[in-house]
Design a protein around this ligand. Structure first.
Ligand code: SF4
Length: 786
């Protein structure tokens, strides 16, 4: 079955589901060797000034990540205890500039632009159209969105939800931007409505981390704090590109490198941000060579990480055998763990030949990395999606845990595990109960506090929601933020799935592709941004978020809302719940959102760790949530940390096939495209590129700059993505890399990680063939109406 054709008479393709082909080829220039510096400063200023203007933009940048300001809506990297006056990175500035834009998407805009015409525009164009100003509805059979009142909007959702045969016929998605207060109310509403169908963006990114860590150390979160980076002797950064995705992490790495901490990075691509860094605020260093970060770079094959990590474990055990008591932390292993013998026995059966072949890393480099691990008493392991989006992703995470346990490098200062989260409150949303299978204790607390019986059966995650929408089991899809269509795998499948819904609803700040591939009826509910004042009956409100390291702190908007018609997310949830549940709910929804302190009081009564929430969150830096493993108390059932054994994955590609991963460009955050450049990798003015090893280019008879089509292969199915420019690049043989969301169409919906069900967006088997000549190109995007 051919799942992914993009037109050409194939009725399965959904118009507008994918970004249009590019009218001009991207420019390919030299790869940069230093991150940050003057170009980062200029880029930040350019975006802030051009989008938000000097007045609004100036006000915004002074308040990013400040104690009296707002939490950056970008990534979840934590803030230092002592903050500088400008505590943000280039990409944080871009995120804030996008939200602070002076452009507006008004009812007049929608009158002029039909959904079909909007769907022909690029993601960049849609994002630059501006902030949504009014609630809008797309009525059945209509070609244009039209305004409606908030009351009408909530009544429409209530009508559809209350007409369902079962609450499980609705799914309620959450993106990682949603505040703790909104998330808590949202999951409460959804559970009072009667379902656990709470898919979220975590399902697509760090679910594998949560699963892998929960099983082995008893908590699905990292164990380190930002201060631990000041004490680590070694830091491993695996499957992560912090220069683009968590840029302020480079500040912590720079400080670590300067005091002699050894940094090892593991990636299929050598990423500029881990090579050298010039801190944009160190004026005296801006014109120097920058700080070298990497002590060692291991260029692993895509999904060669289990092999690599097992090789490191094997090398450590070999050193221990030669000098007993010098490498394995025996006291820690015997006192605090189980499973060491089975782990060691398994590694004894693993051959070095297999390790080297599957990881793609020469043995001498693995030994050098093992030396660093062996001499470091305090090691931090950081990772991101390079590890989590594979079939064996949970195994990847658990092999890291094995190494930390072997060295006793967890539960003490300067050591531990650090999954680096991508969206600013993705971790907090999970803490608030946005989870399709929340723990029984959490459900018990809801039941006790609110006097109802929450559903106990497992709900749908993201992949489950896609499948259920596709086969008609889910009929109403509600998204609290995000760009579900572009974030999810298998774009055409997702588009068909959304098309089958009776109603699709998106709570959004800006226009995106998910608004344009809709159900029979569709709503856009415009909300306040994180940067904006939120005034309710009790006065100006703040919300709270949890960063990647479990710190909870306040976020206060700094500028006037983009439109007087916007509602905050907590208010949207409260009014929705009131409209849908009516007398069925005993919760005083509207009173709760008059003063968010009242919501926080409920949170503190239901979720351990939030005691005295309203007082502690007003302290200067907020507070840390409890984290047993951070203090050496493993919160598994037996109170021990667990070594685990994993079979090394084998990658057997057919002749001509490649293993492809999706990645982000520098001018992008998640699905939001800020611009068309990927400065560090030398790509400009375009996004449809495929990075290939020069020998793989030659072996296929291709040339640099040639246009190719990519075909993915999974269980006899093929999916096609058209017209990608070949870019010879420093990437291992038989590997390929492309940007998402353009390449999401190639990721099969049924291909996901064992246990965590995270889509395998970094393990896609593809072939590459020249694009047919003279394929019709979509015309360049017209400018928005004046
Ligand atoms: S590192 Fe992340 S949270 Fe910090 S300013 Fe940059 S994007 Fe925002």
């Amino acid at each position: 079955m051919d799942q992914g054709q993009d037109g050409g008479g194939n009725a399965l393709a959904v118009p507008g589901a994918q970004p249009p082909l590019e009218a001009r080829a991207p420019d390919v220039g030299p790869v940069k060797t230093v991150a940050g510096g003057v170009p980062a400063v200029l880029s930040a200023f350019k975006h802030v000034l051009s989008e938000a203007g000097p007045w609004r933009g100036g006000k915004l940048v002074w308040k990013i990540n400040q104690q009296d300001g707002f939490d950056c809506p970008g990534c979840a990297w934590p803030d230092p205890q002592h903050r500088s006056v400008q505590e943000y990175c280039e990409n944080g500035a871009k995120a804030v500039a996008e939200e602070g834009t002076q452009e507006r998407v008004t009812p007049e805009f929608f009158r002029e632009w039909s959904v079909a015409r909007l769907a022909e525009q690029s993601d960049l164009w849609l994002g630059k159209a501006g902030r949504l100003t009014h609630p809008m509805v797309l009525r059945e059979g209509s070609t244009h969105y039209e305004p409606l009142s908030w009351d009408e909007a909530f009544a429409l959702v209530a009508e559809e939800l209350n007409a369902l045969g079962s609450p499980d016929e609705a799914a309620f998605y959450t993106s990682g931007r949603t505040s703790n207060e909104a998330a808590f109310l949202y999951q409460l509403f959804v559970r009072q409505f009667g379902t656990n169908n709470l898919p979220d963006c975590s399902n697509m990114c760090h679910e594998s981390s949560g699963t892998g860590l929960s099983e082995t150390i008893g908590i699905g979160k990292g164990t380190v704090t930002l201060e631990d980076f000041d004490h680590a002797q070694a830091i491993f950064v695996i499957g992560q590109n912090p220069g683009t995705n968590h840029p302020r992490m480079l500040t912590a790495l720079q400080a670590a490198a300067r005091r002699g901490c050894e940094i090892v990075s593991v990636n299929p691509l050598p990423e500029t941000g881990l090579n050298r860094f010039k801190h944009p605020q160190e004026v005296l260093h801006l014109f120097g060579p920058g700080t070298a970060l990497n002590k060692l770079f291991l260029q692993v094959r895509i999904n060669g990480d289990v092999a690599l990590l097992q090789g490191l474990g094997k090398a450590l055990l070999e050193r221990e055998a030669k000098a007993p008591g010098t490498v394995v932390d025996r006291a820690f292993v015997e006192g605090k763990t189980t499973g060491f013998d089975a782990y060691a026995a398994h590694l004894a059966t693993v051959s070095w030949d297999d390790v080297v072949e599957e990881s793609g890393v020469p043995r001498d480099q693995l030994e050098a990395a093992a030396d660093i691990l062996a001499r470091s008493e305090r090691t931090i392991f950081c990772w991101a999606m390079g590890l989590t989006q594979h079939k064996n992703a949970v195994g990847n995470i658990q092999e890291i845990v094995n190494l930390t346990l072997l060295r006793g490098s967890i539960g003490k200062q300067g050591a531990g595990v650090c999954p680096v989260r991508g969206h600013s409150n993705v971790q907090g949303d999970r803490t608030m109960g946005i989870w399709e299978h929340a723990r029984p204790e959490f459900m018990d607390a809801l039941s006790k506090e609110f006097g109802f019986a929450p559903p106990r059966h497992r709900g749908l995650d993201t992949v489950g929601t896609l499948q259920a929408l596709h086969d008609g089991r889910v009929k109403v899809f509600f998204a609290m933020g995000g760009n579900f269509l572009s974030a999810t795998p298998d774009t055409e499948f997702t588009a068909r799935a959304l098309r089958r819904a009776r109603l699709t609803v998106h709570v959004s700040t800006k226009l995106n592709r998910a608004h344009l591939v809709h159900g029979r009826r569709a709503l856009i509910l415009p909300c306040l941004g994180r940067t904006e004042h939120d005034v309710q009956a009790a006065g100006r409100q703040f919300v709270t978020v949890e960063d990647s390291m479990g710190m909870v702190h306040a976020s206060r908007g700094a500028v006037a809302p983009a439109s007087e018609h916007l509602l905050s997310e907590p208010v949207i949830v409260a009014r929705l719940a009131q409209a849908v549940l009516g007398a069925r709910s005993k919760v005083s929804w509207l009173s709760l959102v008059e003063d968010y302190d009242r919501v926080r009081e409920l949170i503190q009564r239901c979720i351990p760790g939030f005691e005295d929430f309203n007082r502690r969150v007003r302290e200067r830096n907020g507070f840390a949530l409890p984290n047993g493993p951070r203090e050496g108390r493993f919160t598994t059932k037996d109170g021990k940390a667990h070594f685990t054994v994993h079979t090394m994955p084998r990658h057997r590609l057919e002749p001509g096939q490649l293993l492809m991963m999706t990645l982000r460009s520098h001018d992008q955050y998640n699905t939001t495209v800020y611009g068309l450049d990927d400065r560090y990798r030398g790509i400009h003015q375009g996004r449809r590129v495929v990075f290939l090893h020069p020998e793989d280019v030659k072996a296929r008879g291709l040339t640099a700059g040639q246009k190719v089509d990519l075909t993915s292969h999974f269980q006899g199915e093929t999916r096609v993505a058209r017209e990608f420019l070949v870019v010879p690049y420093n990437i291992p043989r038989q590997c390929a890399a492309t940007y998402f969301p353009e390449a999401n169409v190639l990721v099969p919906v049924d291909s996901f990680a064992e246990k965590s069900r995270t889509p395998t967006s970094k393990s896609v088997v593809i072939t590459v063939a020249p694009s047919p000549v003279a394929q019709a190109l979509v015309p360049a995007s017209p400018s928005r109406p004046g």
